[in-house]
Design a protein. Structure first.
Lengths: 547, 440
């Protein structure tokens, strides 16, 4: 890696000048598996860098110093400022791609192409860096790969002029459009990926996550391509795209993954987020279908565990069957909220500060009274079982009692350890209880009483004609500042945990977490995966919320 | 002359018997889990008086006490164990950590039954706080320690149905040794400890469960409570000998002589059973620095893992280090029985030998334990095979090995296995696998 870069020998001069196509993707083969296309490389990198300015508040000094010194480091190494480097290496379109496997069994390989204005300047910078890079510059196109041999393969394709990606039906049909300037296009050839993998995405998923990620994996199994676009916004980035298949696709004798979706392509109304929400998750799943088809959706061990769960659940529920009686009474999984919460047990609080975790599900009206009775009964049974388990394991606190309380006119049934009157702080377990609340046609299940009341209050605050916000598919929203706050509250434990698992000093661990908290605190994330007619759309956005 | 008084006379270096690197290394290993070459050389320079003073004071490292409140929130024993390893690796008060390790083996309490990392760490914190104070205070605190109460079933010791577990082990294993008490003493002492229970995982005296009647223990009669039993026990001559023997086995030689025990027991009694003061006498003594004591103990897995890292002047990740010691048969916070671990030759078998050797290879080779700085970095100023061999011997063994072993190491250093990538790690592993490398 110490000698100067070597340019490949120039291609033989053509007797006829071929016009240079506008798109660099013209130099990629038709079945290229992956392409990342920056229409304007310089604009994209500037947009990305501008998101980091100013640096997040609270970023530890060493990290901030490195960020500030980066331009100087670049100049010291290359003799050019980062801006100049961008202008030289990426003034126009830049693509990064994986070339497909060759006919002689050669592996797929990475390649980067960039339109450049000043090839000589590039050669000077590479020489100054003193690294051996397989690069080639011709017709103001810089081509770079990981080995000399692969570079030759890429250049040979260009010379041979065979069918390119621009002639690939899949690529053409991709509806993601590249905005001039500040966006990046992604293209993934799923037909090719499946050929290489020889194993489906759904099949590769561990059973415990199939309920969550199964529909998306199934879509990837049945689609020919994935197209995406990364947009640089004034305050963040947004990745959007689609896969040209819907969850309802797939072989008739395959796992009934489509049955996992309750609403599918339709919009639905979901409960509103309570006050102090840090994260919201809405999943469109049909749990009744899941439990009925567990044998076909899961591997043998997981399916057996599901059966064990159902046996146990039916025992605690009493006369109401879990799958036939309880699930039809609720629109599960409903909405899951992570919220701030008031202290649960009076003045003494555990050292570990945790939010409340709350499930909210609309009641359908089917066997409502029986469902409510069964759930209250189940709560008592869980308390009894947990108490005995803790007693056997000598865990403190041991006794979980069921109580009823009226708060803010809501009647709550909850499991409680009782107020802490021991020495020192109570154990972390006291962050967790189970509170059951039926209000406004909803079941609310929360780890704290305050969490349950917040959820009920939010539903009650809806205008009479409104049934909540509209969502299609799965939706997740996380407030970075909220999550960062909990990390900050528990910084000592996190830092010590890092020292024990990663080594280093306490100071280094604190700096790491300070940095993570600073970055997280400046962000907000939203993810939406929604099925459409014949395709599935997705959107991920990351916004910088505080400058 | 080996009269008891002379045994504990202070070591005074001479030209023939200087306070050298070997003795400095011996002091650091026995009183503090070892130290870097730089530290050992530093102690040699400052002299034996100041060196021993240093062991009782504060050295470089982390303020490990400030995070105890965080550590007790780890509900899993694995991280609790890693926390204690971190203290041994990085704590400023190395003798204190060493004594806590000693008391943990002495008052052996296992999380296998206690089932609370919080309570186990609480017990260790008691050793940290009182381990170098008076034995009276320490023993009383241990008798009330929640982990101990649960471990030896004193939380079911009630009036009318006394449970003898705790007093039996108290006399036999913690303070007196067999033959120095009677069965009746145990029965009566059990009555004294009734009501010494737990509430909210903290000690709680339940007066309603306590037998406040007359008892006869050690030939004395009275309405004794647990505190009285503790006070009477520590004052018995057998207790002084018992503690003296334990200290000598741990700090000096696994088979102390009767004269040595007598001498240290007398010193311990004269100093009001103050452990720190007694230990100071011992650590300054000719006995401690004698050839009889030098490399007379076999490193336990905890000693092996921690001292290897410290001898290199390096840092490492505590969790895999703690797991490695556990795999070699010493899971901190989980001794196999109330007798603690069987030491010395029990640590070496054909199976554990392989584990110990492989551990050294993994540590020096980098990987999960993330030795920092790396061994290559530690050897960057030593280019020739001879220099590398000597440097390795000084790092790990104070340079003190037989001529035969030295020749073998030099030959290895010159060979292909010690060259190139991984060569330094292989050289250090070869040195560590010498018999001397297994000795404390």
């Amino acid at each position: 890696m110490a000698s100067a870069a070597q340019a490949a020998p120039a291609a033989p001069q053509d007797t006829q000048q071929r016009p240079t196509p506008r798109e660099l993707t013209a130099y990629l083969p038709a079945d290229t598996p992956l392409v990342v296309d920056l229409h304007d490389g310089e604009a994209c990198v500037r947009a990305l860098w501008s998101l980091a300015e100013p640096l997040p508040r609270g970023l530890p000094q060493p990290a901030a110093a490195v960020m500030r010194a980066l331009p100087l480091l670049v100049k010291g190494k290359t003799g050019m400022t980062p801006e100049d480097l961008l202008t030289v290496f990426a003034p126009g379109q830049v693509i990064a791609a994986y070339f497909p496997a060759g006919p002689d069994g050669q592996e797929p390989f990475p390649v980067v192409m960039s339109r450049v204005d000043d090839p000589e300047e590039i050669r000077r910078v590479v020489k100054r860096l003193g690294v051996k890079l397989p690069i080639h510059i011709q017709d103001r196109i810089l081509t770079l790969s990981n080995t000399r041999r692969n570079l030759e393969r890429a250049l040979r394709f260009r010379r041979e002029g065979k069918a390119s990606l621009l002639q690939d039906r899949r690529y053409i049909e991709g509806r993601a459009e590249l905005k001039p300037g500040r966006s990046v296009r992604f293209y993934l050839n799923l037909d090719y990926v499946r050929r290489i993998r020889q194993r489906g995405f759904f099949e590769a998923l561990p059973s415990p996550v199939r309920l969550l990620a199964g529909p998306l994996a199934h879509v990837l199994d049945t689609a020919s391509r994935l197209d995406g676009r990364l947009d640089f916004l004034p305050d963040g980035v947004a990745l959007s795209g689609h896969v040209d298949a819907s969850p309802s696709g797939g072989a008739k004798d395959g796992p009934p993954v489509a049955s996992l979706l309750r609403h599918g392509t339709n919009e639905r109304r979901v409960p509103p987020a309570p006050e102090g929400t840090v994260a919201s998750l809405y999943l469109d799943r049909d749990l009744e279908a899941f439990f009925k088809n567990a044998d076909r959706l899961l591997d043998e061990d997981a399916a057996t565990n599901v059966k064990k769960f159902l046996t146990g659940a039916n025992q605690v529920l009493g006369s109401l069957d879990f799958t036939e009686g309880l699930l039809p009474a609720l629109e599960l999984p409903g909405a899951i909220f992570v919220t701030d919460t008031a202290p649960e047990y009076g003045e003494a609080q555990p050292r570990v500060k945790l939010p409340a975790f709350t499930l909210v599900a609309r009641m359908t009206g089917h066997e409502e009274r029986a469902a409510k009775r069964a759930l209250v009964r189940a709560l008592g049974a869980i308390g009894f079982i947990a108490t005995n388990a803790r007693l056997q394991n000598k865990q403190y606190p041991v006794q979980l009692r069921m109580r009823t309380q009226t708060r803010d006119r809501y009647q709550l049934q909850y499991l409680t350890y009782g107020d802490w009157d021991g020495p020192g702080r109570p154990p972390t377990d006291l962050n967790f209880g189970i509170t059951l609340l039926f209000a406004h046609g909803h079941l609310i299940l929360s780890s704290t009483r305050d969490g349950a009341v917040r959820a009920a209050t939010a539903i009650n605050a809806l205008p009479a004609e409104s049934a909540g916000r509209a969502v299609r598919g799965d939706y997740l929203r996380v407030t970075g500042a909220g999550v960062a706050r909990y990390f900050h509250e528990n910084l000592g434990i996190l830092a010590l945990d890092r020292v024990l698992k990663e080594g280093g000093t306490l100071q280094q661990a604190n700096q790491f977490w300070d940095g993570a908290i600073a970055v997280l605190g400046a962000l907000e994330a939203e993810v939406n995966v929604a099925p459409g007619q014949g395709d599935t759309g997705f959107r991920l956005s990351l916004r910088r919320v505080s400058r | 002359m080996n009269l008891p008084a002379n045994l504990l006379a202070s070591f005074e270096p001479t030209a023939d018997d200087p306070f050298d690197l070997a003795k400095a290394g011996h002091l650091l290993r026995r009183a503090g889990f070892g130290g870097s070459l730089e530290e050992r050389e530093g102690l040699v320079t400052m002299g034996v008086e100041a060196a021993v003073d240093r062991m009782f004071g504060e050295g470089p490292g982390e303020d490990v006490d400030t995070v105890l409140e965080d550590a007790v929130e780890f509900s899993d024993i694995q991280r609790a164990r890693a926390y204690r390893f971190w203290r041994m690796l990085r704590g400023r008060h190395r003798l204190r950590e060493r004594m806590s390790f000693f008391w943990h083996g002495h008052f052996a309490t296992s999380n296998q039954k206690v089932k609370s990392a919080r309570m186990m760490l609480g017990q260790m914190a008691t050793f940290d706080r009182l381990g170098l104070g008076t034995f009276d205070e320490l023993l009383l605190a241990v008798s009330r320690d929640p982990a101990m109460v649960r471990w030896l079933d004193n939380d079911s010791n009630v009036k009318g149905r006394p449970n003898e577990n705790y007093p039996r082990e108290l006399f036999e294993l913690f303070t007196l040794g067999r033959g120095n008490y009677t069965e009746d003493d145990i029965k009566e002492a059990a009555r004294a400890f009734t009501g010494w229970h737990l509430r909210h995982e903290a000690f709680h005296f339940r007066s309603g469960a306590h037998d406040s009647g007359d008892k006869q223990v050690f030939g004395k009669r009275g309405r004794f409570g647990g505190e009285d039993i503790v006070a009477m026990t520590v004052r018995r001559a057998a207790s002084a000998r018992f503690i003296a023997r334990k200290l000598l086995e741990f700090f000096v030689h696994p088979e102390p002589t009767e004269e040595e025990i007598e001498a240290l027991g007398a010193a311990y009694r004269r100093r009001g059973r103050h452990l720190g003061n007694t230990l100071e006498i011992l650590l300054r003594s000719r006995l401690f620095f004698s050839s009889r004591a030098y490399r007379s103990r076999i490193k336990s897995p905890v000693d092996l893992t921690v001292s290897l890292v410290r001898s290199l002047g390096a840092g490492a990740v505590p969790l895999p280090l703690a797991d490695a010691a556990a795999s070699m048969g010493q899971a901190l916070l989980e001794p196999p029985t109330v007798e603690g671990w069987h030491e010395e030759r029990a640590w070496i078998s054909s199976a554990t030998w392989l584990l110990r050797s492989n551990f050294a290879g993994r540590l020096f080779g980098g990987g999960a334990m993330k030795l920092e700085p790396s061994v290559d970095e530690l050897f960057k100023d030593h280019a020739t095979p001879r220099q590398r061999g000597e440097h390795g011997l000084r790092l790990l063994l104070d340079g003190v090995v037989s001529d035969d072993a030295r020749a073998k190491i030099h030959a290895f250093a010159a060979g292909a296995a010690a060259q190139g990538p991984g060569g330094t790690a292989a050289l250090l592993q070869a040195i560590q696998c010498l018999p001397e490398g297994q000795m404390l």
